[in-house]
Write a protein that binds this ligand. Structure first.
Ligand SMILES: [Zn+2]
Ligand SMILES: [Zn+2]
Length: 113
């Protein structure tokens, strides 16, 4: 029992450390949304057993981690301004997702920086 618990903790630490590494590795101009999407299809991901797949027909993208719960690291290509005027920089995939859900506010492309 004790041994089992110690191993669990070790796995949790390893997972947290790799999550941290991924967050630290995000470029400065990355999307600011704290969960991942498919860069082409948006909110179409399904994750199980540490692997994430896009469920859109013909996509076939897969990632070797729980992308749906990891901060998005795609390049920011759009500016989202919500109904209250709060701005966020988001990627192509999140722009697709936001367009489907946004009530009020707007999404505009960010010129190349
Ligand atoms: Zn996809
Ligand atoms: Zn994004």
């Amino acid at each position: 029992m004790t041994r089992y618990r110690a191993r669990q903790v070790g796995q949790d630490l390893q997972k947290t450390a790799s999550d941290l590494a991924r967050i630290a590795a995000r470029p400065q101009d990355a999307c600011t949304v704290p969960w991942g999407v498919c860069p082409e299809h948006g909110n179409t991901l399904t994750a199980s057993g540490g692997t994430t797949r896009c469920t859109a027909a013909g996509c076939g993208r897969a990632w070797g981690y729980n992308r749906d719960t990891a901060p998005c690291a795609e390049p920011a290509t759009h500016r989202l301004v919500d109904a209250e005027g709060t701005e966020a920089l988001i990627c192509d995939g999140h722009a697709i997702d936001a367009r489907n859900r946004l009530v009020g506010g707007r999404i505009e492309p960010v010129p190349d920086r």
